[in-house]
Structure formats: structure tokens, C-alpha cells
Design a protein around this ligand. Structure first.
Ligand code: CO
Ligand code: ZN
Length: 376
């Protein structure tokens, strides 16, 4: 492999184009193929070596100048989605969720189904018409078992002819676009975690003068149990790791200030803890503080985050073998796990820059000293 030597500049236009491509592609957990192809294409010119492992993780390496110390960057490729579980006589599709997809956001959505041959079929999520429901029923959120995907077919045979079978997967149909008159705030689907993935890709391209070997890992199956990151960490044995993912920005109408967690447009968040009662990741304090130090030194706007729920690949990487000092750089996102997620492109640019600077500036000595402190 021949890697490009010229300096890579992270720009708002560049990250928008990449995010648009990644966000609009179809890739629920375990079915990340189109995302993987984009990531390979993007990372290849910047990598010294690269491979795809048995679960489908993409691993790209940029060799460091010292030949010791390994940094793992992780951004997950998968998104939440649906999987067809039954096709009935009339051609209606029953489905199960892939990952944490809430009934509250399903009804009334357009979806795209990807067939095994890679064809894309549009459908809508329907349920019994409200006109024939009892008043108390109208107030309830329907359960997934009471919904179906309607692809406009009139028989099971017709559905099969479209290539749609039990096991076909579907995601929201949604393009990435700006809201209001803004050139900063975008809305779309799967920003969890295509925005973190985009930040990782951009950071990897921009890494320059690194002492440590930098491993960019586009992980699979995060939404269904942090599975890709787990095996990738085992194979790499990193000395230090960062996950790039979304975090909750609940700085919205009706939410009091103390419950905002992060604010949109105020910079990437450096995590202290996440998960219910801190059961997710407790970020390694030395790595966390290094991120804050680098952000301050290079004037990168940032916020510090204590998240009351959810977690990222970092929490499983931290438990690899004898342990890995791990932290998280997160992009504040509104309406996570819905088709109208919102992020600020400035936060994405700054998250990319922070991850690139961290990767470029940490020394081999520092990385090795935190992963094992020898007592003399
Ligand atoms: Co998620
Ligand atoms: Zn995520």
C-alpha cells in the first residue's frame, strides 16, 4: 500500500459530504456492507495497511515514527433498523427491531428494505386505521406486533418477486439535509453513529507526525452489544483507546438546564462517565484529562459530559485483556435513534480535529506509561 503524504485539512464542506454519504447508506447491525465499502474507499489512501476481520470490522493502520505504542480509534458503522420476520398472504411484512428502536418513532415512517441481491425496495410502516379504533386505543402507542411494512403488494408471491424475504433488513428512508436557513445544523437518520464514524475517518486522514501506531477501527454491531469493538480490541491490543460516538443533547424546549447533558454547537463532549449510575464507561482520568489539555491548547471548543444512560464501544474496549485506558469524544445529538436526529457540523469538525490532534501528539512513552505503571 502506498499512502498519500500530503497534509489533509478537515473542513465543514468535506465532513458534510462524507456524512451525507454515510448517513444515507443502509447499514443496520450485522448488515453494514455499504458503509464498509465507503469506509474502505475513504481510508485506503491514508493507511499503511488495512484489513476486514471476520465480523466485518474495518481496521486501518497508520504506522507511528517510534514503532511502539498503539492507539485504537473506534467509530461504529451500524445503525438501528428492522428485520422482516414474516410475510403474510396479502404481502404485509411483520418485523422485529434491530437494536434500540422505539415504537414511538416507527408509525407513519417510510422505510427502505435492502434485498439479498442489494436491491432497494421502499415501504411504509402502517397499522389499523385510527378511524376504527376505540378512543382509549388511540391514546396508546401501538406495539411492534401490531405494525407491519406495506410494500404495495397484494400477495406473498409478489413480495418474493421483489426479492424481499424473511431476514431482509430495513431502515428509515431519510436524506441528510440542513434545517431552517442554517448551514451548520443538519438532520437525518443514523447520525448515531455515522457522525462519529465520519469524525474517525476525518481524524485518521489528518493524523500527522504520530509517534504511536494509530488503528482506525470502523466497528460492527455496536447497537446490539458492542460486539465488533470487542473482537477488534482483542486483536489489536491497544495501549490507549478513544471511541467516537454521539451523546445526548437534550438542550431543547421543556427540558430544564440541569438535564441538558450537552448542548448542540458547543463543541465535542469529553466524557467523564456514562451508563445508568455510571455502569457504562468510567473514562480513564489520564486520557480524559489529556483530551481536555489538547482541546485547551489548540483552542478547540469542548464540553465535559456526565451521561445518565447509554454507552459506547469504549466501555468494552476498556475491558480488553488486562485493561485499556479508554475515553470518548462525543458529538452532541438531539433525538438519537429517530429518523430526525440533529447534529451541528461545527461539533463534527471539532471532534475530528480533537481526535486527530490527540492521535498525532501523544507520545509512545505516555501511551505505554498509562497502560502499565511499573513500580520501582
Ligand atoms: Co445508538
Ligand atoms: Zn452509537
Amino acid at each position: 500500500m502506498q499512502r498519500v503524504k500530503s497534509m489533509y485539512e478537515i473542513t465543514k464542506e468535506g465532513v458534510f459530504q462524507l456524512l451525507k454519504k454515510l448517513s444515507e447508506a443502509i447499514g443496520p447491525s450485522g448488515f453494514e456492507d455499504p458503509i464498509r465499502e465507503i469506509v474502505i474507499e475513504e481510508l485506503k489512501p491514508y493507511a499503511d495497511s488495512m484489513w476486514v476481520d471476520s465480523l466485518g470490522n474495518v481496521i486501518a493502520v497508520k504506522k507511528g515514527s517510534r514503532g511502539s505504542g498503539r492507539l485504537m480509534l473506534a467509530g461504529h458503522m451500524d445503525e438501528i433498523g428492522l428485520i422482516v420476520s414474516h410475510v403474510d398472504q396479502k404481502g404485509f411484512l411483520r418485523f422485529q427491531p434491530i437494536g434500540g428502536i422505539s415504537e414511538r418513532v416507527l408509525l407513519g415512517q417510510r422505510v427502505v428494505i435492502r434485498t439479498r441481491e442489494g436491491r432497494v425496495v421502499r415501504g411504509v410502516i402502517g397499522s389499523r386505521p385510527p378511524h376504527i379504533m376505540k378512543p382509549e386505543e388511540l391514546k396508546q402507542i401501538p406495539e411492534i406486533k401490531d405494525m407491519y411494512v406495506d410494500v404495495g403488494a397484494s400477495s406473498r408471491e409478489e413480495v418474493e418477486k421483489m426479492g424481499v424475504l424473511v431476514g431482509s433488513i430495513a431502515v428509515f428512508e431519510r436524506d441528510l439535509s440542513f434545517v431552517g436557513g442554517s448551514s451548520d445544523v443538519v438532520t437525518g437518520k443514523a447520525l448515531d453513529d455515522r457522525v462519529g464514524l465520519a469524525a474517525m475517518v476525518e481524524a485518521f486522514k489528518a493524523v500527522d507526525g504520530n509517534e504511536v501506531d494509530v488503528y482506525a477501527v470502523a466497528t460492527v454491531q455496536e447497537e446490539v452489544g458492542l460486539k465488533g469493538a470487542r473482537v477488534a480490541a482483542y486483536s489489536i491490543t491497544p495501549d490507549v483507546a478513544l471511541a467516537l460516538d454521539v451523546t445526548i443533547a437534550s438542550d431543547v424546549a421543556g427540558v430544564p438546564e440541569q438535564e441538558w447533558i450537552t448542548q448542540l454547537g458547543k463543541g465535542p463532549a469529553i466524557k467523564v462517565v456514562d451508563g445508568r449510575a455510571a455502569t457504562g464507561l468510567i473514562a480513564h482520568p489520564v486520557v480524559r484529562d489529556k483530551l481536555i489539555e489538547i482541546a485547551r491548547q489548540y483552542n478547540i471548543p469542548h464540553q465535559v459530559e456526565v451521561a445518565p444512560g447509554g454507552t459506547t464501544d469504549a466501555s468494552i474496549i476498556a475491558l480488553n485483556k488486562e485493561g485499556v485506558p479508554a475515553a470518548t469524544v462525543s458529538i452532541p445529538s438531539r433525538y438519537i435513534h429517530s429518523p430526525v436526529e440533529i447534529v451541528h457540523l461545527g461539533d463534527l469538525v471539532n471532534a475530528s480535529k480533537l481526535a486527530a490532534l490527540f492521535s498525532s501528539k501523544i507520545t509512545s512513552e505516555w501511551a505505554l506509561s498509562i497502560s502499565r505503571r511499573v513500580i520501582k
